[in-house]
Design a protein around this ligand. Structure first.
Ligand code: NAD
Length: 361
């Protein structure tokens, strides 16, 4: 039976990397039934919204989507299609592997990290108050009454929300992922020494959940120390689980450790649906030039294959892409020593090279 997949090419350079990724996925021999849905600039043009309802309906039917990046138009109150998608489908876990491969220009070797970022709460809930807005003075009065702190009335406030329910499900997700993927250790990252209640709750729930997984090592790290440790000895770490804001920052730091955005894959996963997409954006300045690196999206395709239970095909595709990286001949400008290297190839040539490797295995 073919796997039904919602395919969202996105906009900017999205359609080019999506076409390249679709070709390599089909070359693995796994059967797909693609439901191609327009979102982003094309969705806006055709349906007046960056995220037409049919996209959500399609994912609700297929349960799995492969998505190219979508440009977020600046201003005019347009909501980000990416954030809306995550909210509407309750994609609570953001999974971002960061792995070094021979041939990548990185200062490190042997990095193999999985960042599990909570996707729904923390400072990202969007509850904010500034002087003159409804509720601002009441909140200041409540703080003065209950906490004894008289904050300056000119202050703006952003509320950090950490719940036991969301923490439990993200930490369980990290441990389940570790177990299913033969990983040895989970590290919970926090700042519970300062935010004793919010991060303290995150930490105590993480400790509790860890007891349910005696086969997986567990430890915790304070986020500032974690940053230093990742720069000094990233090879000591395996799966990291973090609240939303720290997860955002640490996952970009980790992409930097392994050689950049062109090879950084991602997935947004909930209890019912999963959307696989590269970490990078739509790089609109290169749109239509057959120039950017499709490997981050191909590695997102590897994650998708494993999610679909096609582990062997996923491993094969990962090997094929890494062989192309190691050879260094058929890679895009971003993997060259200098971005203007004339031997850099285009997006579609990378797909040809990966397919040649797949067929030669
Ligand atoms: P970007 O990731 O699109 O590009 C930043 C720079 O990184 C590019 O100029 C390019 O030099 C490089 N780059 C990115 N992807 C590359 C690739 N595959 N190969 C080679 N080089 C690559 O970030 P941005 O310019 O901040 O964002 C552009 C748009 O994308 C914005 O509208 C932003 O909101 C959106 N965005 C979307 C997503 C998503 O859809 N999930 C994620 C991030 C940003």
């Amino acid at each position: 039976m073919p796997h039904a997949i919602t395919l969202i090419p996105g906009d900017g350079t999205g359609p080019e990397i999506t076409a390249a990724t679709r070709r390599v996925l089909e070359a693995t021999g796994v059967q797909f039934e693609w439901d191609v849905c327009q979102a982003g600039a094309e969705g806006l043009e055709k349906c007046g919204t960056v995220l037409p309802d049919e996209v959500i309906e399609s994912i609700k039917r297929t349960k799995v989507a492969l998505k190219g990046p979508i440009t977020t138009p600046v201003g005019k109150g347009t909501r980000s299609a990416n954030v809306t998608l995550r909210k509407k489908l309750d994609l609570y876990a953001n999974l971002r592997p960061a792995k070094t491969y021979p041939g990548l220009r990185s200062r490190y070797e042997n990095i193999d990290l999985i960042i599990v970022r909570e996707n729904t709460e923390d400072l990202y809930v969007g509850i904010e108050f500034q002087r003159g807005t409804a509720g601002h003075d009441e909140i200041l009065e409540t703080i003065a009454r209950t906490n004894g702190q008289h904050l300056d009335t000119s202050c703006a406030l952003s509320i950090k929300v950490i719940s036991a329910v969301a923490t439990r499900r993200i930490v369980k997700f990290a441990f389940d992922y570790a177990r299913a993927n033969q990983r040895r250790k989970v590290t919970a990252v926090h700042k519970a020494n300062i935010m004793r209640l919010s991060d303290g709750l995150f930490l105590s729930i993480a400790h509790e959940v860890a007891k349910e997984y005696p086969d997986i090592q567990y430890e915790d790290r304070i986020v500032d120390n974690m940053c230093m440790q990742l720069v000094q000895k990233p090879e000591l770490y395996d799966v990291l689980v973090l609240p939303n804001l720290y997860g955002d920052i640490i996952s970009d730091l980790s992409a930097g450790l392994i050689g950049g955005l062109g090879v950084a894959p991602g997935a947004n996963i909930g209890s019912q649906y999963a959307v696989f997409e590269p970490v990078h954006g739509s790089a609109p300045k290169y749109a239509g030039q057959n120039k950017v690196n499709p490997m981050a999206m191909m590695f997102s395709g590897v994650l998708m294959l494993r999610h679909l239970g096609e582990r062997e095909a996923g491993d094969r595709l990962e090997r094929a892409v890494t062989m192309v990286i190691a050879e260094g001949r058929n890679v895009t400008y971003d993997l060259k020593l200098r971005p203007d290297d004339p031997s850099a190839v285009g997006t579609s040539r990378v797909a040809d090279a990966v397919i040649e490797k797949l067929y030669s295995m």
